[in-house]
Design a protein around this ligand. Structure first.
Ligand code: HSE
Length: 412
């Protein structure tokens, strides 16, 4: 049995509690033991619900409880998070954190304290929300060094910029929306002025070079000067504007910057919109990799924390990743997909009528590509077996020949 405590019951802490509850059976199976939350530390009082009986206002209830072997620090800020983390590590407890401010300032001391006490200090959730970045980066760094790291590392600002570009939305209303959605920091200047992205870049660079990278020395600009007119001009050039955190590492010297930059809207970072983050690393042999996913939000961040908890608690890394027992795959014919069907015809209207009759709808989406005597349409989502029957019926209609069909990756 593993007992956890959660310090800080805000967006992230409450997300961890609820995901641990919902996935309890799966986590127990994967870990080989139950993982139960014993205490929750928060300054506020709350009543009702499963969390209320676990609430304490006194960190000593956690630090001095020898049964608690892992602590989630989701308090944010430097104080008292630093003191509590240090004391928990010195008491031999693992600490898992989403606190980028703390990691970027005191990461080295805290990791050293963890090592000295046979505990782990882990912080996958401090960079890029739900995206596994630190774990694959460490793995790659076993054999190769990084020459460039570049990415979108703040969900709030990427959400604001995307809404400004796509929906002509105003800055202030979109920031409030991001706050309501639980993306933004308590002090929104940390997001808007680029400091949050800067701290995350510093954490990644510290891992890349194995030395402390001082975030306060990274030139940082925010997004408050970006206007709708800027987007209009960038767009006319086929480009967009993103808050980019980028660093080139040459001969152990780091050239780093956080700033709004113009980039092709078709480029790997240009297509990353909304709360999504992405980061690319350039290695000498592997070349370039891109990691992408939800960069902020209650459940993605909680998921990253819980995966760190599982890794810290895992008894053996050598456990086989699968057994010989065969997993179930869904039966052929049961998969439900929409499709694009391309066909040739002798009479255009007769072909449309036949397709609408066979698919029993007047709402098929038709595609005119300007090829004589050919058309295509998107079907509604259908079971494979139903679709096959309909295509056979369509092929029997006079003057029609079905040429090809593809599953749609996403329903239109
Ligand atoms: N405020 C942060 C962001 C939260 O918007 O990316 C996740 O670190």
């Amino acid at each position: 049995m593993a007992y956890a405590a959660i310090m800080g019951y805000g967006v992230v802490g409450s997300g961890v509690f609820s995901v641990l509850r919902e996935n309890a059976a799966f986590i127990e199976k994967q870990l080989g033991m139950p993982l139960s939350v014993k205490r929750i530390l928060d300054l506020r009082s709350f009543s009702g619900g499963d969390a209320a009986p676990l609430l304490t206002h006194d960190a000593e209830d956690i630090i001095n409880d020898t049964e608690i072997n892992i602590v989630v620090e989701a308090m944010g800020g430097l104080n008292p998070a630093f003191e509590y983390t240090m004391r928990a590590l010195r008491a031999g407890k693992h600490v898992v954190s989403s606190n980028k401010e703390l990691v970027s300032v005191h990461g080295a001391e805290l990791m050293a304290a963890a090592a000295a006490n046979h505990a782990r200090y882990m912080f996958e959730a401090s960079v890029g929300g739900g995206i596994p970045i630190i774990r694959p980066l460490k793995h790659m760094l076993l054999t190769e060094s990084v020459s460039q790291a570049a990415g979108i590392l703040n969900g709030t600002t990427n959400y604001i910029l995307s809404m400004m570009r796509e929906h002509n939305a105003g800055f202030d209303e979109t920031l409030k929306d991001a706050q309501r959605r639980g993306f933004a920091e308590r002090d929104p200047s940390a997001d808007v002025d680029g400091f949050d992205a800067c701290r995350k870049l510093a954490i990644l660079l510290s891992i890349c070079v194995g030395r402390y990278v001082n975030f306060s020395k990274i030139p940082t600009e925010g997004i408050s000067a970006v206007t709708k007119d800027d987007f209009t001009f960038a767009s006319a050039a086929g480009d967009t504007i993103k808050l980019i955190a980028r660093a080139d590492i040459r001969d152990n010297v780091i050239d780093a910057r956080v700033a709004p930059m113009v980039l092709s809207k078709e480029s790997p970072l240009g297509v990353v919109n909304g709360v999504y983050n992405a980061v690319s690393f350039t290695f000498s042999a592997i070349d370039n990799i891109l990691l992408s996913g939800r960069g902020a939000g209650k459940y993605p961040t909680a998921g990253a924390i819980i995966s760190d908890m599982a890794e810290a608690l895992r008894i053996t890394e050598a456990a086989p990743m699968w057994s010989g027992a065969e997993a179930a795959l869904s039966a052929p014919g049961e998969a439900i997909d929409a499709r694009m069907v391309r066909m040739s015809y002798t009479d255009a209207q007769a072909a449309r009528d036949a397709a609408e009759r066979v698919f029993q709808t007047n709402d098929l989406i038709w595609i005119d590509a300007g090829i004589p005597n050919q058309t295509a349409f998107f079907t509604p989502p259908l079971k494979e077996s139903e679709y096959d029957a309909k295509i056979r019926a369509l092929s029997r209609a006079p003057g029609i020949s079905v040429k090809n069909s593809f599953r749609l990756y996403a329903v239109r």
